[in-house]
Design a protein around this ligand. Structure first.
Ligand code: SF4
Length: 376
C-alpha cells in the first residue's frame, strides 16, 4: 500500500489549559478490557512492569503498586510460552486491563490473546510484515481484545529506513499509517497507535503527522527517556507538547527506574496542562535563608503522608511567614513554617499553630476531612 505523508494542520479547537485555543483531536473510541479509550474518554495513564513476567508473584505485586498509584493499563513483556502461561494467571489477579508486549513472534501475540490478555502491543518493525499483523488482529477480534501498533524509531521496517535514509518523523508516521490502513481495510478498528522516539522533536512531529491523517487513538510516550531527571524533563516536553496540541488518548512516561514513578510523573504532566487531576498537588517553596523549619524533609514527609488521597487537592507547604501565609491561604489546605512550628490554614482561614513534629499528621487529618467532604 502506498502511503503519502500529507503535512496539513490538525485544525481543531478545546481543553488544554496551557493552550486553550487548541481542541482535543477527535479520535475513535475503542475499548481495552472494558476500559474506554479515545473519543471523549479521559487521557489514560499507563505503565509497564519491569519484573520477569514468568515470576507471577513479583509481577502481581508490582501491578498492585502501579494501580495504587493510579495506573489504568499495565503492559507486561511476553518473551516466551512460559510467560504466556504466567500471563493467564496474572490476568486473573490484575485489577486493570493487561497488555502483552510482543516483539518478533506474532504467535506469542495470538497465544497471549487466547490466554486472556486484554490487548497486545506489536511492533510493525519486527513482527514480520503486515500479514502477521493481520493474523494478530484476527485473534484480537475473536477474543474481543485490543491491539496497539507500537512503532519505534529504533526498530523501523527495513524498507522505510532505506526510503528515508534514517529514522525520521515521516518514517515513523508512514510505518504507523501503513498498519492502520491495513487494519481498517480488514475491518478491524479496535486498535491504537504509538510512534515513539527518544528525540523530543521527532516524537512531537511524528504524532502530529499521524494525527492529521488518522482517527485511530494515539498512545503518547517518549521511548528510552533515560534516568529520573533527564527522563522527566524529556517526557514532560515530548508528551506535553503533543497533549497541548490536543493529541493523545493514553500516555506512558518511560524512565529507567521504578515504574510507579512513571505513573506519578504521568499524572503530573496531565495536571500541569489542566487535562486531568488525581491526588494531592503540593505547592512548596524552594527554601532560602529565611526558612524556619526543615522544609525539604517536611515536604517529603507530607508527600508520603498524603499519598493515599486520590481526591485532587492543593496543599501548600511553605518555609516561612513571607510568602507562606499567602500561598497557604490560596491552597485547599496549607502550612506556613515558623520557628519550630507550623501555622495551619484550611480554605484560606487560619486553623491553629502546631509544633513542627505534628505538622504532617495535622495536614493529613485536614486533607482527609477535605477529601471526605468533597466526595459527599
Ligand atoms: Fe524563603 Fe519564605 Fe519564600 Fe520559602 S516562603 S523561599 S522560606 S521567603
Amino acid at each position: 500500500m502506498e502511503i503519502t505523508i500529507i503535512d496539513k494542520p490538525i485544525g481543531l479547537s478545546h481543553t488544554c489549559r496551557a493552550m486553550p485555543d487548541i481542541a482535543k483531536r477527535r479520535s475513535r473510541k475503542i475499548t481495552l478490557g472494558g476500559l474506554s479509550l479515545g473519543g471523549e474518554a479521559p487521557i489514560r495513564v499507563q505503565s509497564m512492569t519491569n519484573t520477569d513476567t514468568r515470576e507471577v508473584e513479583a509481577t502481581c505485586a508490582q501491578i498492585d503498586r502501579l494501580v495504587e498509584a493510579g495506573c489504568e493499563i499495565v503492559r507486561v513483556a511476553v518473551v516466551d510460552q512460559q510467560a504466556v502461561e504466567a500471563l493467564a494467571r496474572i490476568r486473573e489477579r490484575a485489577p486493570v486491563p493487561l497488555v502483552a508486549d510482543i516483539h518478533f513472534d506474532h504467535r506469542l501475540a495470538v497465544a497471549s490473546l487466547e490466554a486472556g490478555a486484554d490487548g497486545v502491543r506489536i511492533n510493525p518493525g519486527n513482527i514480520g510484515g503486515l500479514a502477521k499483523t493481520l493474523i494478530v488482529a484476527q485473534a484480537a477480534a475473536k477474543a474481543e481484545g485490543c491491539l496497539r501498533v507500537g512503532v519505534n524509531a529504533g526498530s523501523l521496517e527495513k524498507e522505510l529506513l532505506e526510503k528515508y535514509g534514517r529514522p525520521s518523523a515521516r518514517a515513523l508516521a508512514e510505518s504507523a499509517l501503513l498498519s492502520a490502513r491495513e487494519l481498517e481495510k480488514a475491518g478491524f478498528y479496535n486498535f491504537k497507535v504509538s510512534l515513539k522516539s527518544s528525540s523530543v522533536d521527532q516524537n512531537i512531529e511524528a504524532a502530529r503527522l499521524f494525527a492529521a491523517q488518522s482517527r485511530a487513538p494515539l498512545h503518547i510516550g517518549l521511548t528510552e527517556a533515560g534516568p529520573l531527571i533527564p527522563g522527566v524533563v524529556k517526557s514532560a516536553l515530548g508528551i506535553g507538547f503533543v497533549l497541548a496540541r490536543g493529541i493523545g488518548d493514553t500516555i506512558r512516561v518511560s524512565l529507567t527506574g521504578d515504574p510507579v514513578v512513571e505513573v506519578k510523573v504521568g499524572y503530573e504532566i496531565l495536571r500541569a496542562l489542566g487535562l486531568r487531576e488525581r491526588g494531592v498537588e503540593i505547592i512548596s517553596c524552594p527554601t532560602c535563608g529565611r526558612t524556619e523549619v526543615d522544609l525539604v524533609d517536611l515536604v517529603a514527609r507530607v508527600e508520603q503522608g498524603l499519598s493515599h488521597i486520590e481526591t485532587p487537592l492543593k496543599v501548600a507547604v511553605m518555609g516561612c511567614v513571607v510568602n507562606g501565609p499567602g500561598e497557604a491561604r490560596e491552597a485547599d489546605i496549607g502550612v506556613a513554617g515558623g520557628r519550630g512550628t507550623g501555622l495551619l490554614f484550611r480554605r484560606g482561614q487560619k486553623v491553629r499553630r502546631v509544633p513542627e513534629e505534628e505538622i504532617v499528621t495535622a495536614l493529613a487529618e485536614m486533607a482527609e476531612a477535605e477529601a471526605a467532604e468533597r466526595s459527599e
